[in-house]
Write a protein that binds this ligand. Sequence first.
Ligand SMILES: [Zn+2]
Length: 283
Amino acid sequence: MCQSKQRVSATKRLINHYPHCCFCGGNQPAETRDHLPPTVFFDGNHRPEDIVVPACTARNVGSRESDRIAAFYSRIGFAEPTRTQRTDFQKLSKAIRENNPEIAREWSVDDRRIQQKARFFAHKHGLFCEDDPRAILLGPEAINHLNLFVHKFTLGLYFHVTKLSVPKNGDVTAAIWPKEVILEKGFPDVISDIMGPTVILKQGKWQTGRQFKYRTARDSELGFFARMSAFRDAFAVIDVVIHDLRKIDDRGTRSLFLDPTKLFSILVENRFKTLQPHNQLAS
Ligand SMILES: [Zn+2]
């Protein structure tokens, strides 16, 4: 009872300060607190009470499946998992099979070829490789969900850093960099050179840098906010919020951005079924 009372008052306190949902372009009243990254991203669902943002119920609850799917892929890294991580992985896998069978079907497509490719990649880069490396296809259905997760996450972290929603003419873009791409290409210096120091989520002495960290760059005059985030060693995200998209002349660059009020269209738009076009942002 006490805990529930505390939760209600914490939500109320946040909404009193910030009455609008940070994911809807400042148009919708906030009703809940949304935690970023979501609990499922952390070992044993143990997350620091660090990044908490105001959200409407639709945005908070509506992305849960995407959160779970992104959390699952964030756990397919190069490092050998601990016992807790193995248990988490199994739970996430089971929940996805039950709730998103379309994603589980992607896993079984051409499984042998995927495993062979993973083995070849591991040997090429001198990585430790078990006889049967954990490799799972990142298919178009999964990429839709990952894109929803990273774009929503970008809006939330923008709010966390600036205490503002993305403005009316503002837009957002986020490029997912899987570990294989990072290993082969590395991050472009033009991006990493402008980023500030690494931020790690902490609570007291406890910190979760191996599970999530980020760096930020901003230019208030140009109306530009960019970030690099790392989700374990599985994938990274380079994202940009621009305050006024009309200031970008190049049509190709403009087409990479999304109006925050159309966030959930990511799940059905073809352009969000692939990682490639978004990687143009930093290539
Ligand atoms: Zn909202």
